[in-house]
Design a protein around this ligand. Structure first.
Ligand SMILES: [Zn+2]
Length: 302
């Protein structure tokens, strides 16, 4: 059994999570954030099931591919020796219906039709594979992951997998899968090579350093409530504990994600953590984990 999975959270989601704790998002920004989060949960659920079941296949998820000046997003791909399964994953909850080419949430709010999105992605993927000299057949499906999802008026032959069909569908793939050769691996490698990480800053709400609340977000309960004790940091809200080094390194990651242009210094991280850790402790952890550049007051880390 082989499975490659990239369960990374998209950068955009990480950034929005951090911002949502450190400033007040507008109603629209918050809606966007919650939609993104819900969508990601659906993708994780499906990818997790796809990679846990037995059989010879490769699983890739969350790819952003650029080909012929067109960018397209692939939620999940399963590569088997004879076929490529492409999935558009939707974590919609509630009652929906199809009317011709249009997709509505009841009572009548039109949304982008996932079946049309799927067709576009499938066509672009097919063109890409052909340009690489591959004509492996693609089987494309929209998969709905939320247990409380209902779709009315879906034609019988719609390429749709409903929540209660996921397990059987994956079993069918594994029953048919034959041993993987280097071909599938080289397709996967090529796709990963074309996968690009878009700068997520473009679509984010605007924010300034000064307006963000400083402090340490607890990785367990997501409250800004971590304080330092003897050699450990502890959450005052849920009791989660971790080593100071782990906490500081997480804070550095978050800080650099939000402010890639700012220099990493002891003072910056001290302020970012809400001044709850000593500068000496932060200095030691930065020196142990990063390369220092410059001397004394102008020292920073890379
Ligand atoms: Zn906590």
């Amino acid at each position: 059994m082989k499975a490659i999975v990239l369960p990374l959270k998209p950068k955009e989601l990480l950034l929005l999570e951090s911002l949502s704790k450190r400033k007040k998002l507008s109603a629209e920004e918050n809606r966007y954030f919650l939609n993104l989060k819900k969508g990601h949960e659906g993708e994780l659920l499906f990818t997790d099931l796809a990679s846990k079941t037995e059989g010879d296949r490769l699983v890739l998820n969350n790819l952003l591919i650029e080909h012929n000046q067109t960018t397209f997003q692939i939620d999940c791909l399963i590569l088997t020796e004879t076929r490529i399964f492409l999935y558009e994953v939707k974590n919609f909850e509630g009652d929906f219906y199809l009317e011709g080419d249009k997709f509505y949430k009841k009572p009548r709010r039109e949304l982008n039709n996932p079946l049309l999105q799927l067709n576009r992605t499938a066509s672009l993927l097919r063109q890409l594979l052909l340009s690489l000299g591959l004509n492996t057949p693609i089987e494309a499906n929209v998969v709905f992951t939320h247990p409380a999802f209902t779709l009315y008026q879906a034609p019988l032959d719609s390429p749709i997998i409903f929540p209660n069909q996921i397990t059987n569908h994956l079993r069918m793939i594994n029953n048919q899968a034959t041993k993987l050769t280097n071909k599938s691996e080289s397709i996967a490698a090529k796709l990963l090579q074309l996968n690009k990480t878009e700068s997520p800053h473009q679509r984010l709400p605007s924010f300034r350093y000064e307006e963000l609340q400083k402090g340490i977000i607890c990785p367990a309960c997501r409250m800004l409530s971590m304080v330092s004790g003897r050699g450990v940091c502890k959450c005052e809200s849920c009791g989660h504990k971790e080593s100071v080094a782990t906490t500081v390194l997480h804070q550095v990651e978050e800080f650099q994600l939000l402010f890639p242009e700012r220099k990493l210094t002891t003072r910056e991280i001290y302020k970012w953590c809400g001044e709850v850790l000593s500068k000496k402790v932060i200095w030691r952890i930065l020196s142990n984990n990063f390369k220092s550049v410059g001397e004394y007051k102008s020292r920073y880390y890379k």
